[in-house]
Design a protein around this ligand. Structure first.
Ligand SMILES: Cc1cc2nc3c(=O)[nH]c(=O)nc-3n(C[C@H](O)[C@H](O)[C@H](O)COP(=O)(O)OP(=O)(O)OC[C@H]3O[C@@H](n4cnc5c(N)ncnc54)[C@H](O)[C@@H]3O)c2cc1C
Length: 355
């Protein structure tokens, strides 16, 4: 380029760079983090090519924070599953629907299907690791994302923890350490973050074509802010460290203590719900291979929606290995799931229209 053109172009580029410097992370901060839409998945942290963003824990909430110099590449914004959230479908595309129960003897949240699928995939070497969420050893019921490689570790992380876990960041760490095949368990928002990494031209999976991930989503009406959930329980005289199990079923939120239990209608916990959940319209996790929840099945069973050919293979393989029993779900049960999904959408649209 001729020198006089170059200096003019450089000058304009400098101005642009200065402007976009304020644009890239700031845009994410303004639109997603400050508004409460952030789902604490850590995909902006994991995606930042210059490691300028850190996930800071402030009062046990995970907050993406600019700790280095932003180069304005915009990847953090592009990777964020909450940056342009528009979804029209109710439960997405499904190939088949089942109720599944694990035949293994260990604790589980519902039918233990999620743990059974992961066990099958680990044992048959379909994956090298599974990313799940376990309770922190220091802070009761604070979820810590963990990579597990055998069934003993897997059985240690059964059951549901009703707060955001950074399973996506943990998955990326695994790939960075050299793994090539992992499974991830997460709520729809986590799975959306992974889908964004698969579909965006600058996404992790587009760049690293060796890496593959099997996605299991957990149905989710809402997740809770850890500090607010702790306070909600404390106001009712319950110390979270005494809780043995949490459950959401039939519109009730139940905590099991040593020799008693207490339930509230889920809507009474609205004040403790994660703010990001008011931006979510997806109950079942439409971007996954398998979606699992309790809605639509009897107690002790997991409802499983199969969405992909790989999902079909895993269900069939787990069945053939004798780890689970499964029955095709009746149409009326699928309707129950769809109605719950509609309930979640209704909640979303009412909230949006009041803004
Ligand atoms: C925040 C949240 C809200 C939910 N709300 C509903 C609901 O409204 N209706 C419904 O039908 N189902 C809901 N579920 C799903 C349900 O609680 C069960 O997880 C599901 O039915 C699978 O049961 P299972 O016995 O097959 O799982 P298990 O075999 O017990 O395995 C559960 C797996 O999930 C992992 N896990 C637990 N918590 C998290 C987390 N926070 N993030 C990522 N992974 C995690 C565990 O490590 C384990 O690997 C919710 C789950 C979560 C995390």
């Amino acid at each position: 380029m001729p020198h006089d053109y170059k200096s003019t172009v450089d000058e304009i580029q400098k101005v642009l760079k200065e402007k976009t410097k304020r644009y890239a992370f700031k845009k994410l901060e303004r639109e997603v983090i400050a508004t409460g839409a952030c789902i604490e998945c850590g995909s902006c942290v994991a995606g930042c090519p210059v490691d300028a963003i850190s996930g800071k824990r402030i009062e046990n909430k995970y907050i993406p924070t600019l700790t280095g110099e932003c180069t304005s590449c915009g990847i953090c914004y592009a990777m964020c599953p909450r940056a342009f959230a528009i979804q029209n479908e109710l439960i997405g595309n499904i190939k088949s629907a089942w109720k599944v129960r694990s035949l293994r003897e260990h604790q589980r949240q519902d039918g233990g299907a999620v743990t059974a699928f992961l066990e099958f995939m680990l044992e048959s070497k379909m994956i090298e690791a599974a990313v799940v969420a376990c309770q922190s050893s220091e802070i009761p019921w604070l979820p810590i994302a963990k990579r597990v490689t055998d069934k003993v570790q897997l059985y240690d992380c059964v059951g549901t923890i009703y707060s955001h876990a950074q399973v996506v960041s943990e998955m990326i760490e695994g790939f960075k350490e050299g793994l090539s095949k992992q499974a991830v368990v997460g709520t729809a928002c986590n799975i959306d973050a992974i889908e964004r990494m698969e579909s965006h031209p600058a996404g992790f999976f587009t760049v690293d074509t060796e890496a593959s991930v099997f996605k299991i989503s957990l149905f989710c009406m809402e997740s809770f802010n850890y500090a607010d959930l702790t306070k909600f329980l404390k106001d009712d005289g319950i110390d979270i460290q005494d809780v043995k199990r949490f459950e959401i079923a039939g519109g009730q939120f139940t905590v099991n203590l040593d020799d008693s239990e207490k339930s509230w209608p889920v809507k009474e916990l609205d004040s403790a719900a994660a703010t990001s959940c008011s931006y979510c319209q997806d109950l079942t996790g439409m971007n996954s291979d398998l979606s699992c929840g309790n809605i639509g099945s009897d107690e002790g069973w997991t409802t499983v929606l199969v969405r992909t050919a790989l999902g079909e293979k895993v269900l069939q393989g787990t069945l053939d290995a004798g780890i689970i029993e499964a029955e095709q779900l009746e149409a009326k049960s699928v309707r129950t799931v769809a109605n719950s999904a509609r309930f979640k959408k209704n909640k979303y649209y009412k909230l949006r229209s009041s803004h």
